[in-house]
Design a protein. Structure first.
Lengths: 399, 446
């Protein structure tokens, strides 16, 4: 046992030693990056990360043995074990893609101060005080908003055709957890649709899991049964899209195109393109520059995408209107969470404190409304918009 | 009546028990089969993922033994899987189909987390540890005893019952997570929610788990082999009527054995939540409750063998993790194939196939000593089948009417035989379970 320990210690020290040298930049050929994914390619969420990682690695010209990918890493100590193992294997950067990985990534970051640990969707980097631990997210609410506009045009067409009346314009949303990331996503989606059809309403139901094909499918079916004429989702399987295809209900997707699952119902998808972030962290380590503690991708950085529209169902006019809105969002002449466009409990918001610092106290400490606009992803990259606005029914019980 | 008119046809092959293989031969055979299965999966890896067999096998070893951390992880993961398999062994030996280890472990873990959440900030940490361990064991035992009582008193189907209890346990974890995690993310953090409580480390983060597993292995070996309880449960497993006849209280044995099974699952849950992860999720057990079933069966409920079978499963799991794949299908295929080979090997160690001879002489014995021989029997079977089809066709041409009658009879016979065989299989020994899987797989392969 002592021998083993000594061996382990020696390995750790030598890795640490090597990594210290790298602190002031390194040759591209010497860089090694490790990725930790919650599931494998069968999850749309992880596939989005995996594809971006492969694209970034290729773009940066890294060879195969400079990249290690670990899939199916659950949100428990396995994540720490894997992160530490990647550090042992000489990785200079370790990246993890799931919210629940955070505590375990931080544990590894403490143990390996010379390896950069980057974590998507996390909330604690800006308060953790660890130099080598970083969070990242993107202003995906803008992408959701634009995808919501496409949904709005679809509803408008149904109303114009006389298929439904304006007060039957009810959308359904399959959410994973009743939590800020999801709430922010569905609210922006709803506001996008509402900018086209003022009367639209939306019901949200949760699966309490990020990836559960059956639950996602049955939840979508429940929503369709309740009269929802269009479905979108923030959960990672193909459950909801396949329910929509079977019922012939239009679907707006997330993380990637689900056209192959629903060729007759898939409209468009929004997604975070992680490639710019991966290229950024790789370049930063090569240049010996500090990685941002809390990085927010935007439409500008190419991190937020609305793409892959189904040209049989979505008209060119709609897409023209969407690109116009996209330009306005970029210019700052249009804001998704403009308090003039929504009410909460019948009131227009003028002030709101959000729980931005995730310190375990759940105190809402940061004022996030300025000049009538709720600034999402400004005070930290991960979303904090957690209000249920009028027009949206959020059903948290499984009933 | 018809049966008298024509001579009885021998079945295509007989399966008979054998116990004439020396331990040396068995050892070599098993080793050979495992080696062969690695080569086989290596060739598959060449075809499917473009990694040549030698690199593939190298990766398996690198992923398992490459660094001291990996060796520790191998040992710890092995220990957890072994604990679950050990918990299942007495139940299976009693022929109580406990499919509920997943839920029993999870309940042990949940009870541990409940103590951490509600008592962590009120009592000194060592006292909380005590509560965690006791509560975990009781919760695991409770989850196993409920179906046991229903089985003992009302003869309910324990397979379905224990299986369903898994889902209840998963939902309970989901429920508590939703109540405890105020931000709605469903992620329960040790530092934030569970008062930072963790069981003490004995020198390093892995030793506690290893120690528990070693104690349980030795304890279970003695319990099954030398204790009165162990004897009683195996009698109940062989025949409940015999057990009753010799004065064993069957109800009591069923409930007691399941309480033990559940309690060990509970301990595993305490380790997973209290010592390893510091938190609980619906995926904490991650299917190991089911993998444990395979480990237990393959190890023939012998704790010593189970160490080897859990090693094999964990070796494949950790080893294939080193392949740098972004799709998890291939590792699953590898594990499946290796286990299939081992089940096949065990079958040919315990049984031999006697094939009907071509010209209705008495059954020739085909030695089935190694894997190539298994393929030979496969070939022989095919040859026989072809022969039979040929015979049938000839007869039809000669006398059409007789041919039709014959055909009908043949089908009838085959069906009856298959039915008899199926019924026997269902009733018989664990080893024959392997045979069942074997034949099924063979059919699929054909």
């Amino acid at each position: 046992m002592k021998k083993l320990l000594a061996l382990g210690l020696a390995a750790t020290l030598s890795v640490a030693g090597l990594a210290t040298l790298s602190a002031c930049g390194m040759d591209k050929e010497d860089l090694k990056i490790g990725f930790i994914f919650l599931h494998d390619e069968s999850s749309t969420y992880d596939k989005n990360f995996i594809d971006a990682a492969k694209a970034a690695v290729e773009e940066m010209g890294l060879t195969e043995d400079q990249v290690i990918m670990k899939t199916n890493i659950p949100e428990d100590d396995t994540c720490y074990d894997t992160a530490a193992d990647l550090a042992d294997s000489g990785c200079d950067i370790v990246f993890a893609d799931s919210f629940g990985h955070e505590a375990y990534m931080m544990k590894a970051a403490e143990e390996f101060p010379d390896v950069e640990f980057c974590h998507a969707t996390g909330t604690q980097a800006h308060t953790a005080g660890l130099d080598n631990y970083h969070n990242a997210f993107a202003t995906i609410y803008e992408g959701r908003y634009l995808a919501g506009m496409v949904a709005g045009y679809e509803l408008k067409e149904m109303i114009d055709n006389g298929d439904i009346t304006a007060d039957q314009a009810k959308m359904g949303y399959v959410g994973a957890f009743p939590y800020a990331e999801v709430v922010s996503g569905f609210t922006s989606f709803y506001l996008g649709a509402k900018s086209i059809v003022e009367e639209v309403t939306m019901t949200v139901r949760y699966t309490n899991s990020w990836y559960e094909p059956t639950a996602e499918k049955t939840t979508a079916e429940t929503l369709i049964g309740e009269g929802c004429v269009l479905i979108s989702q923030h959960a990672d399987s193909l459950g909801a899209p396949s329910a929509c295809e079977e019922a012939g209900v239009p679907n707006v997707s997330y993380n990637g195109s689900t056209y192959t699952t629903g060729p007759n119902t898939y409209l468009i998808h929004s997604r975070i393109n992680w490639q710019p972030y991966f290229e950024y962290i790789i370049q930063s380590v090569i240049d010996g520059e500090k990685i941002a503690t809390d990085w927010t991708g935007t439409l500008e950085t190419g991190s937020v995408e609305v793409s892959g529209y189904n040209d049989e169902l979505v008209s060119a006019d709609t897409m023209a209107a969407v690109s116009l809105a996209l330009q306005e969002l970029k210019d700052g002449t249009r804001h998704v969470f403009d308090t003039a466009n929504f009410t909460v409990g019948g009131e227009t918001l003028s002030s709101y404190l959000a729980d931005v610092d995730d310190d375990g106290t759940f105190t809402k400490e940061t004022e996030v409304i300025e000049n009538g606009i709720f600034y999402e992803s400004k005070h930290r990259s991960a979303p904090y918009f957690d209000l249920i606005i009028d027009g949206i029914t959020s059903i948290t019980s499984n009933g | 009546m018809h049966k008298i008119e024509r001579p009885m046809r021998d079945p295509l092959f007989h399966i008979s028990k054998r116990d004439d293989m020396s331990w040396k031969k068995r050892f070599l055979l098993r080793g050979g089969v495992i080696l062969f299965s690695f080569l086989f999966t290596g060739i598959l890896s060449w075809i499917l993922i473009g990694v040549d067999p030698f690199t593939f096998i190298g990766k398996l070893f690198e992923g398992t033994f490459g660094t001291s951390r990996r060796i520790w992880l191998l040992l710890r993961n092995l220990a957890i899987l072994l604990c679950i398999a050990l918990a299942l062994a007495p139940a299976f030996k009693m022929r109580f189909w406990n499919i509920g280890a997943e839920g029993q472990v999870l309940m042990g873990g949940l009870a541990t987390a409940i103590c951490m959440y509600y008592l962590g900030d009120k009592l000194p940490e060592p006292v909380v540890w005590l509560f965690m361990v006791v509560a975990g064991i009781l919760a695991g035992a409770l989850w196993a005893v409920i179906p046991a009582i229903c089985k003992a008193y009302w003869n309910t189907n324990e397979t379905l019952f224990t299986l369903m209890m898994n889902y209840v346990a998963i939902q309970l974890v989901s429920f508590f997570t939703n109540v405890w995690v105020k931000d709605g993310s469903g992620v329960l953090k040790n530092a934030t929610h569970l008062n930072g409580i963790k069981l003490p480390e004995l020198g390093n983060p892995y030793l506690l788990t290893l120690l528990v597993a070693v104690l349980l292995t030795v304890g279970m070996f003695i319990y099954l082999k030398y204790s009165k309880h162990g004897y009683e449960l195996s009698v109940v497993g062989e025949s409940e009527n015999t057990a009753r006849y010799i004065g064993i209280n069957v109800k009591k044995v069923i409930i007691r054995t399941m309480a033990l099974s559940g309690a060990i699952c509970g301990i595993t849950g305490v380790l997973l939540v209290g010592a390893i992860n510091g938190s609980v999720t619906t995926a904490t057990v991650g299917g190991q409750g089911f993998t444990g079933i395979i480990v237990s069966w393959l190890g023939k409920f012998n704790p010593g063998f189970m160490v080897l079978t859990s090693f094999l499963v964990i070796f494949l799991d950790r080893g294939t993790g080193q392949l740098n794949l972004t799709n998890n299908a291939f590792p699953a295929i590898v594990t499946g194939i290796v286990i299939f080979f081992i089940i096949g090997c065990e079958f040919f160690i315990s049984y031999r196939l006697k094939f009907r001879k071509k010209k209705k002489q008495e059954g020739e014995v085909l030695q089935t000593e190694d894997a190539p021989a298994a393929e030979q029997t496969e070939e022989a079977k095919e040859r026989n089948l072809l022969q039979k089809i040929g015979d049938g066709a000839k007869n039809c041409v000669l006398t059409a009417a007789r041919g039709v009658k014959k055909g009908a009879l043949f089908i009838g016979n085959q069906t009856a035989k298959a039915f008899r065989k199926g019924k026997d299989l269902f009733k018989k020994k664990p080893k024959e379970k392997a045979e069942e899987t074997q034949t099924e797989k063979e059919e699929e392969d054909v």
